[in-house]
Design a protein around this ligand. Sequence first.
Ligand SMILES: [Zn+2]
Length: 73
Amino acid sequence: MTTVTTLADLQRESWQLTAHCQGRNCGSARRMNLAALIARFGPDHVFINDQKIPPLLVCRRCGHRGGSLTINV
Ligand SMILES: [Zn+2]
C-alpha cells in the first residue's frame, strides 16, 4: 500500500489538492498548484492535518481567508 503524506507523494501519485472556501454562502473550490506549493513549502511538507497552508488560502470569489484542503485521486 502506498503511503501519501507529503506534497512530493501527491505529485508522484498524480493526485490533486483542492482548496475549498470556508466563507459563508460561497462554496468556491479550486485546484491547488502542486508545483507552487512544493516550491514554497518543500517536497517533504506533510499536508495531513496541516496547519500552515489552510489559513493562507484566500478565495478568489469572495476574498475569504482560510479554507480546507481535500485530495482528488
Ligand atoms: Zn469564497
